[in-house]
Ligand binder design. Sequence first.
Ligand code: DGL
Length: 231
Amino acid sequence: MRIGMFDSGVGGLTVLKSFIKYHPNNEYFYYGDTLNVPYGDKTKEELLELSKKIIKYLENKKVDIIIIACGTISSNVYDDLTKITNIPIYSIIKETINYALDRKYNKILLIATSATVNSHIFKKNIPNLIEMSCPKLVPLIESRKKEELNLVLKEYFKDIKEIDAIILGCTHYPIIKEEIKNILNTSIIDMGEILAQKIKTKDTLQSIDLYFSKTDEKVKENIKMILGDIC
Ligand code: DGL
């Protein structure tokens, strides 16, 4: 099966990695919009404009399905995108909401980009959820500033107490899963893992085609850090 996937940058590679783990024999086409990262502080109009171009790119690759490997796009323009293409599109968020509801957590924390939090898509569906936007994280993750990242995480989480789980509402965040766990020590909900486990694919060949709208040393190192030997 030909599977298209996209994100603002390297974050969606965490979703790709989960998909390869559960469905290795598929043809993957990944688009990372590194030229326009971060998406988290863009308007809905800007997000729609950028993602329309990517949908066209994936249509030209003749993919069978498209996975929006980006919380920001999924939470803001998913419905609009389903109207511009006949290819079935999957949001990264829906299955995560179902997963969290099934587990009946008492108190759950969502961390995500500002655009995702401002859409309130999680809060509308999961009432006992605390929303927190973390705009500093994506740039720090992409530039791999570990020390600064740890300080910023501690500051974000300083008043968080007694939560049962944390939803990583941005696909960049699984890259810093360990750092988050070290501070919060709670169950971590990774959207890519959940969708990859739920989705059904028709196995064919294995191939991985990565495209980034801007490629530099930093991007190459990040791809290696996330995918390791896979590519
Ligand atoms: N990884 C994306 C998300 O899930 C985009 C983050 C960004 O570019 O700000 O929200």
